[in-house]
Write a protein that binds this ligand. Sequence first.
Ligand code: GZL
Length: 326
Amino acid sequence: MFLLAAVAVLSGCGSNAAEPAKPAGDKPATDAGQSGKKLVVGFSQIGAESAWRTANTNSIKAEAEKRGIELKFSDAQQKQENQIKAIRSFIDQKVDVIAFAPVVETGWEPVLTEAKKAGIPVFVSDRRPQVPDDLYVTFLGADFIKEGQMAAEWLIKKTGGKAVIAELEGTTGSAPANDRKKGFAEAIAKYPDMKVVFSQTGDFKRANGKEVTEALLKSPVGNTINVIYAHNDDMALGAIQAIEAVGKKPGKDILVISIDGIKDAFVAMTEGKLNCTTECNPLLGPLLFDSIEKFKKGEKLEKRQIVPDGQFDETTAAKELPNRKY
Ligand code: GZL
C-alpha cells in the first residue's frame, strides 16, 4: 500500500501533476454501497486568503466534478468556528465523507468525535490538526518543517551564513506557520551570524504582508535587516511593494524569500524582486479523492501522505514560469 500511496503522492506533485486515475468505466463515483447513489463529500475549506488557497479550492472542486462526486463546499473565511459549524452541518446532512483543511492546529477534538460517533469518515487536507489519529482516516499535505529548512538552506548558501532577517509569519496557530518557523529557526541555529530580529504574522495575506513591512521599515530595526523570510508568496509580494515604496530594491537591498510557488512569485523572480520560493503543491484534489475512493473500496491508507516540495529561485524561474498552472 505504501508504494501505491507514494506513487499517488509523487504523481500529484509539481505543476505537471499526472492525470489522476479515473473511476473504472467513467461511472460517477458512488458511495461504493449497493445503492449506487452518488458519493456525497462535505468539504470545509479555510477561506480564500491567498492564491495558493484559491488554487487548492479549484483543484478540489474540479476533481469532484470530474469524478461525478457531489461536493458540499463551505468557505470559512479563515474562522475556526465557521469550520466547526460546517462540519456539524455535514454530520446533520449525513454526508458519506467529511474532508477539511484545519485553519489552526487545536480545537478540533469535540467536532471530530461527533463525526466519528455519526460513523462519518474524516479526511484531513493540507494542514495538520492536533487530534488523536483515530479521528481521521488520513492526512495529506506537505511537510512544512522541511519547507522552512529548505528556505533557510537556500539563504545560507546565498549569504554565506550572514543575514539579519525579518520574518512574516502565517496565520497564528496554524501548522504551516508553526512548522515553517520551526524548520527555518532550526536550520539557521548553527550560524551565529544569521539572526531573526523581527517576526510578526501577516496571516498569509498580501495586504497584511505589505502593512507589516511598511511599519517594519519605519522602525529602527527596519534599517538593520537585509532579508525578509515570508511564510508564503502572497505576504512576500506585499512586502516587495512596501520595500519599493521606500525607494529600496527588493531582491537586492533586501533579499526576499518565501514559500508556495504561485505564478506571481515566478514573475517577481524574473523581475529580480523575489529571490527564492519553496514550492508547496496546492493541487491536492486528485490525491484527496483517490484516497476517499480507495477507502470506500476498503483499501488501507497511510495515516500520513506527504506531498513532496520543490524549490525555484532567481536562476530557474524564467524557464519554469511557462509551466505554472496557478
Ligand atoms: C500550506 C497552506 C498555506 C499556504 C498559504 O499548505 O496551508 O495556506 O502556504 C495558504 O498560501 O494561505
